[in-house]
Design a protein around this ligand. Structure first.
Ligand code: CA
Length: 479
């Protein structure tokens, strides 16, 4: 008997025990399932360009499995993250709050001795929130929310962890030469640490992306009775550009060597998604699993050969190219198939959507900024999910605020700009001069929001040298 049939039989027996309910079709099971908490999987990729997935029109890299999330679920054409680089964007996603509220306003440094370098303990992660509804939780891949032992994923609501604590990593196991964080002597040595399974170092032999996918599949198998929450945080296709022949061989049509390697890295993630979907189907879990797919920020086009398509700017910008990302969700039991949502949504909404559909009321520790997207997707709520969205690159002083079609952008160098994104997705036509009043109104709104944020609570990547001087024991092993 295959696994699917076995599961069906188990449900029949369960149903009979509960009082002999007569269920005659899997559809009727579906109705019963409506209140069963869904499994939640977030597939977060790193530095993927807006136009680098099939569901956003990519032609040179095929992503059939990633596309299934959008085609069998919902695609967000105006899906944003809350910051234009990795660390703060992840802090927003995992807490459901604008990370400025708790001062996470820079990319953190790799600092294993520093309990303040990462996600403050005042914050509750989505994993910790879902545990209130008895979810099992795992983080796989890149953490980047603090390398100090008090900030480890297992201290932040996750039952299991497989991955690395730094903000990036090399992909070939032979390059993981450091036994732990304290053997590092510089920021980017963090890319060379051996992987962790919970608190233990492991001997891993697989290409990094394949190893993370394998762990994801094996976790689903192990915790198939669910519900589970998996935060699958691939570091691909972040630099360094490294791929194996298995994936490179698929891209002989790409002549540019860097783009070819980038494509191979994306393809490895796509294979991972394929294996995950296959396992969910095999175990009859696909229907009631909510899978999100998104990138943590826009593509840094020149660095990793990514492509943001028609969007202006790149990773680090508050133009669309820095903050609008490939974004989709699939949950066959409760969401329509092939729907396209054009209104603005943000990564912060994932927290709210997961928590409000967990089958049990969950009281979150802090007030969250995201909203449950379900009624907006299903058309039960007609108004926009968000009155405004905002972004602030703190150290550079650049900011943006979007309200409906209109977005104001302020750069220290270029000054004030205003765009109508529905008419001008590429932010080419600056309408600030003829819409001075609107600009002023939205700028005032930005300032009111910003006044509720905290100043940065740690030095960031750009302060590496300054940090080294202030912390001469940065790499000392604690006694
Ligand atoms: Ca990133």
């Amino acid at each position: 008997m295959n696994m699917k049939k076995l599961k069906q039989l188990q449900r029949w027996l369960y149903c009979l025990l509960l009082g002999g309910c007569f269920v005659t079709s899997t559809q009727a099971f579906g109705q019963n399932q409506e209140k069963t908490p869904p499994n939640v999987i977030i597939v977060l990729v790193d530095d993927l360009g807006y136009a680098d997935v099939g569901f956003n029109g990519c032609k040179d890299i095929l992503t059939p499995n990633i596309d299934r999330i959008a085609n069998e679920g919902v695609k967000f054409t105006n899906g944003y993250v809350s910051y234009a680089v990795c660390g703060p964007s992840r802090a927003g996603l995992i807490t459901g709050r604008y990370q400025g509220r708790f001062g996470f306003r820079r990319n953190p440094l790799f600092a294993p001795n520093d309990p303040a370098m990462g996600l403050p303990l005042s914050e509750e992660t989505l994993a910790a929130a879902l545990k209130k509804a008895y979810y099992k939780t795992i983080a796989i891949g890149k953490w980047h929310l603090g390398a100090h032992h008090t900030l480890h994923p297992l201290k932040r609501g996750f039952d299991d962890f497989y991955g690395f604590l730094s903000g990036g990593h090399r992909y070939f196991p032979e390059e993981w030469t450091l036994a732990d964080e304290y053997e590092a002597r510089s920021q980017f040595d963090g890319y060379k640490t051996m992987l962790l399974r919970n608190y233990e170092r492991v001997e891993e032999n697989a290409y990094l992306t394949d190893a993370l996918s394998r762990e994801a599949v094996s976790y689903i198998e192990k915790y198939q009775d669910g519900p589970f929450f998996m935060y699958l945080s691939y570091n691909a296709p972040h630099t360094p550009l490294q791929a194996t022949p298995k994936y490179l061989d698929r891209f002989d049509h790409i002549k540019d060597k860097r783009r070819k390697t980038y494509a191979a890295m994306v393809s490895a993630v796509d294979d991972g998604l394929g294996a995950i979907l296959e396992k969910l189907e095999e175990l009859d879990l696909r229907e009631n699993t909510m899978i999100w797919f998104l990138s943590d920020n826009g593509g840094p086009e020149p660095n990793n050969s990514s492509d943001n398509g028609v969007l202006r700017g790149k990773k680090g910008d508050v133009y669309e190219g820095g903050i609008r990302v490939p974004f989709a969700v699939s949950w066959p039991a409760s969401l329509p198939k092939g729907k396209v949502i054009d209104q603005p949504v943000i990564s912060l909404d994932i927290f709210a959507t997961a928590v409000e559909n967990a089958g049990k009321p969950i009281r979150t520790k802090n007030k969250i900024d995201g909203v449950n997207l379900m009624p907006f997707i299903n058309g039960k709520k007609k108004k926009q999910a968000h009155d405004w969205l905002f972004w602030h690159k703190y150290d550079q002083g650049n900011y943006a605020l979007r309200q409906g079609d209109i977005k104001i952008v302020n750069y220290q160098k270029q000054g004030k700009m205003l765009f109508n994104l529905t008419k001008d997705i590429s932010e080419n036509q600056d309408l600030a001069e003829e819409n001075e009043q609107t600009f002023d109104k939205l700028q005032k709104q930005f300032k009111q929001i910003e006044a509720k944020m905290k100043p940065p609570i740690f030095l960031g990547l750009m302060h590496n040298e300054e940090y080294d001087k202030l912390h001469p024991k940065r790499w000392h092993r604690p006694k």
